[in-house]
Design a protein. Structure first.
Lengths: 595, 368
């Protein structure tokens, strides 16, 4: 289709602000899905299309509206995938900025709206859920207009649920979103904005063709990684999969690559044709690196092979997931895994437990550190216990945190950020009631319980987003924990030198509570190098008997002992000490104790 | 053939707050019918018993609260045995009743003393006064009983170490042949725990040493700590008699036993069963000539082995490990030896004194 009839757009919205419902209405209005087939959240429920054994989620859907081809491109939903979101936005010329009329702008919406503005996207502001009783469309419209520098009258007021106002939004997409501006005659270039993996067809790339055109069976190349393959099939989703002989400049669609290794095709890379290759890739490719690391250990050490297989399978669909084998003397065999951020970690953990039915012990997360040992080159450290005893310099990742709160909580948020080595950056009023704060913080300060603290100190009103900005030097030391004289690698932590003593003390106090009394005294120590900075003792038990046991009691008492034994088996043996799994998470909420 | 018979007499004047046995309050009108049912069950199972019994044990409830004529009829009908024990509450032991028990062949009485402190007896809902206990003891002695056991409870809410010392001293002054000392178990959800749980939690640390205190004091007074919670005068202080409770010893040595009565448990030839705890159903079934409803539990070999370990380690005598190795966790055994809690001769296991103080956890560790 000619480029002047094509419009490519995304919907930017906070979770639950109605993105899926709006997509449903659009599919219905454009007759992509008949009312008979209509069910809630078509795109989400269609995520596993099983036709011919292929299982791909439709990351972009093509519809027709008044003679125009509209491509609605999905954006990944959360903070850890900022880079992926930015690629999806780069594939568009416009975006619907969708805000809940009752809840107003959220930090995540804001972050993505800024991304859209940076990408020069035409923004069509939309306030949704105007049918709700507690809706305040005027306030939401004022906030959103202020944000994008538009007038509140231009903000669409709709109800995606009832369909009210949705046609006008589609008209606005056609009128306001610019047509694609690539060169149909130039060597072919397409941006990979998402990818997925199918066990039979291999990697499936979702692309936006910028210049030229692609056809089936054409030899292709990913320009950044240099990966070569043949386009086994091209096409688009509408919303079911439709193969097509070509994809033209301005169009959005999929390419089945047949590649069996997801790491060979990265989001953000540029596809070109081998026959007439482009000279330059599209701008903006970044190699995304994991920033948050945690050890994953099977609760039952026999499950190690299952965990390895599960990670291998997950990795197929999640190129950002990093893992390598790790051996902990306390926890046995497991994996050190790297994640883009906390939510990414949560998603992986949940999938491992739910889809693969694994019982996992996840150690407290830490960040990646850049370390310069004396007389040696910089190395990256992913595990606290790997931090060398002597270092010349250490660098840690920093983030720019964006927080939106009602004004009465600004003080609470500032206090929290100060406690977390945060540096104030900027404060602005989004409306009379709501304030947008930005801070620079070490990533390490938010990986533990920052989000929980933020929520509890603002009664749940704060919304939060962040972006990793780079590495900076820090005054960091490694604190080790010794249980009955044995160093427990899984409990080591890297902390700011100024808070090492406090952290060490809190940690041993917490462990003293978590480790049950044993048959002998157990010393728990925190140490920096050879210097012990805190010590507690778990006193030995002096009695532990089943008071009486006669003919009528035997079965019950036997079961009691069997349960006790099973409980002990679930604990981790550190030397002679039985340490419950929970103790390894003691480091997670050290700050909860401070208050 | 089974040589040990347990008879359950569930009736009590009232229910004490801490008690979790199968008991029935009052209902004096039904005692006769219940004894009829007991004897009917006994007749039904008689073939399981050896012609000569070693022990008979009447437990409760409060066996001595049972209506006298009914109790007499029961004792009369039961077979003789080398040891015949009856549990008794002090307030039910009159001179007359003591003599009657003796006449009917009872040769051992286990007296539910619990404490000699008035204040603590009240906490336990006990009716007896300290002097009632002493009077009962002398009635029994006067009637000719030369094997009397006291039940004592420690860890009572409000009990100080001095209180416990006092209880032990008062008990020892009477020179009973045998003592059973139990730590109070406050079961979650009971009326007692509801009333005293917080107090107990506060005292938990202070009471940690009470078990040691009990053992030290009784051993110093010449008693043998022959089972986790049981003590008897050593033979040299008792004319050479072995005063261990023979009936209970049968449980701890893993012997078969028949139990009759509501809630009573039997273990015979790899099978265990528990009678219904419901009085009416029990009586109705047996008076109609049927066996009462029972909960059956098969005891496969591996379970029997574990029970042998669990029960055997409660005793002060070495446990022969022959045939039990599969039930034992070798790594744990090694660790416990190193910690000085278990002695392992290769053929036998013995818990050290500290090992016995920690016997519950040590046994759990040892089980494979």
């Amino acid at each position: 289709m000619a480029q002047d009839s094509i419009r490519n757009f995304s919907i930017i919205a906070h979770i639950d602000h109605g993105k899926s419902t709006l997509a449903d209405r659009i599919l219905e209005l454009t007759h992509a899905v008949s009312s008979r087939e209509m069910r809630e959240q078509v795109l989400d429920s269609m995520e596993l299309e099983r036709e011919r054994g292929i299982t791909i989620k439709a990351q972009a859907v093509r519809v027709e509206w008044k003679g125009h081809q509209l491509n609605l491109i999905d954006t990944p939903g959360h903070v850890d995938f900022t880079y992926e979101v930015s690629r999806s936005l780069q594939a568009c010329e416009g975006a619907l900025l969708l805000v809940d009329a009752a809840q107003g702008t959220q930090a995540q919406t804001l972050a993505n709206a800024y991304l859209a503005l940076e990408n020069d996207l035409e923004i069509v502001p939309v306030v949704n859920k105007i049918d709700l009783q507690q809706a305040d469309p005027d306030a939401a419209a004022a906030e959103i207009a202020d944000l994008i520098g538009d007038s509140p009258e231009h903000v669409h007021r709709i109800s995606a649920k009832t369909g009210q106002g949705v046609e006008e939004v589609l008209d606005a997409v056609v009128e306001r979103v610019p047509q694609p501006a690539g060169d149909p005659g130039a060597p072919a270039r397409a941006l990979i904005f998402d990818s997925s993996y199918d066990q039979y067809r291999g990697v499936v790339a979702f692309v936006r063709v910028v210049d030229g055109s692609f056809s089936t069976r054409e030899p292709l190349r990913a320009m950044a990684l240099g990966t070569r393959f043949e386009a086994e099939e091209l096409g688009f989703f509408s919303p079911t999969r439709r193969a097509s002989r070509t994809l033209e400049a301005g169009e959005v669609g999929y390419v089945i690559t047949g590649l069996k290794d997801v790491s060979r095709l990265r989001v953000g890379d540029t596809l070109t044709s081998e026959r007439r290759p482009a000279a330059e890739p599209l701008p903006g490719y970044k190699d995304v690196k994991p920033m948050v690391f945690a050890g994953l250990f099977p609760t039952d050490s026999d499950d190690y092979p299952e965990l390895r297989d599960a990670l291998e399978k997950l990795k197929l669909n999640d190129a950002a997931l990093f893992y390598e084998p790790e051996t902990s003397q306390a926890l046995g065999f497991g994996f050190r895994c790297g994640f883009l951020g906390l939510l990414h970690m949560e998603i992986v953990r949940e999938r491992l437990e739910r889809e693969f039915d694994l019982d996992l012990l996840v150690t407290a997360p830490n960040v990646a550190y850049r370390v310069k040992p004396p007389h040696d080159d910089w190395v990256e450290v992913h595990t606290p216990s790997d931090m060398p005893n002597e270092v010349e310099e250490v660098e840690e990742p920093y983030i720019k945190a964006s927080i939106i709160v009602p004004k009465e909580y600004v003080g609470a948020v500032m206090e929290l950020n100060n406690d977390r080595r945060g540096r104030f950056d900027h404060l602005e009023y989004l409306s009379e009631e709501r304030v947008h704060l930005t801070y620079e913080l070490p990533l390490a300060e938010i990986v533990l319980d920052y989000y929980d603290q933020l929520k509890s100190r603002t009664r749940g009103y704060a919304s939060f987003d962040y972006d990793v900005t780079g590495f900076r030097p820090g005054k960091l030391v490694r604190v080790d924990v010794l249980v009955a004289g044995e160093s427990v690698d899984a409990l080591s932590l890297i902390v700011d030198r100024d808070s090492a003593y406090d952290r060490g003390r809190l940690l041993v106090e917490r462990l003293q509570k978590e480790i049950p009394r044993q048959q002998f005294d157990v010393a728990i120590q925190a140490a920096i190098g050879a210097r012990v900075i805190a010590r507690e003792t778990v006193k030995a038990r002096r009695k532990d008997v089943l008071a009486k046991c006669y003919g009528g009691d035997i079965t019950r008492k036997r079961k009691l002992l069997e349960q006790q034994k099973a409980g002990k088996k679930r604990m981790k043996q550190v030397g002679m000490v039985e340490v419950p799994q929970e103790a390894f998470l003691a480091v997670l909420n050290l700050d909860g104790e401070k208050k | 053939m089974t040589r040990h018979l347990y008879v359950h007499l569930p009736f009590c004047a009232h229910r004490c707050g801490y008690c979790d046995f199968v008991t029935v309050v009052g209902r004096t009108g039904q005692h006769g019918a219940y004894v009829d049912a007991l004897l009917a069950e006994f007749e039904l199972e008689r073939e399981l018993l050896a012609p000569e019994l070693d022990t008979v044990f009447l437990g409760g409830g409060t066996p001595t609260f049972t209506e006298p004529a009914a109790l007499e009829r029961l004792l009369h009908a039961l077979p003789r045995a080398a040891e015949v024990t009856v549990e008794a509450n002090p307030e039910t032991v009159t001179q007359e009743r003591a003599r009657a028990l003796r006449r009917l062949g009872v040769n051992r009485v286990s007296l539910g003393v619990q404490s000699f402190r008035q204040r603590l007896l009240v906490v336990l809902d006990r009716v007896a006064q300290p002097d009632t206990v002493r009077r009962a003891f002398y009635h029994l002695r006067d009637a000719g009983f030369d094997n009397i056991s006291f039940d004592l409870i420690y860890g009572i809410p409000g009990q100080s170490a001095a209180d416990l010392e006092g209880d032990l001293g008062d008990a020892l002054d009477l020179e009973p042949e045998h003592l059973s000392c139990y730590e109070l178990e406050a079961k979650p959800g009971t009326r007692f725990t509801h009333a005293h749980g917080e107090e107990l939690a506060r005292q938990a640390d202070a009471m940690e040493t009470y078990f040691e205190l009990v053992v030290e004091r009784l051993v110093a007074a010449g008693y043998r700590w022959y089972e986790t919670a049981n003590f008897c005068l050593t033979p040299d202080l008792a004319d050479g008699r072995d005063l261990r409770a023979r009936h209970n010893l049968a449980y701890w040595l893993g012997r078969d036993y028949l139990g009759v009565g509501i809630g009573a448990v039997s273990t015979i030839e790899s099978r265990r069963w528990r009678n219904t705890p419901r009085l009416q159903r029990y009586v109705t079934a047996l008076l109609a000539g049927r066996r009462p409803e029972r909960e059956l539990e098969p005891l496969p070999l591996e379970v029997q082995r574990r029970e042998r370990v669990m029960l055997g380690l409660r005793l002060d005598e070495p446990l022969a490990v022959d045939g039990l190795t599969e039930a034992l966790d070798g790594a744990a055994l090694e660790r416990l030896e190193r910690l000085g809690l278990v002695r392992n001769s290769g053929e036998t296991l013995t818990l050290t004194a500290r090992g016995r103080m920690l016997g519950g956890g040590v046994t759990a560790d040892l089980l494979a």
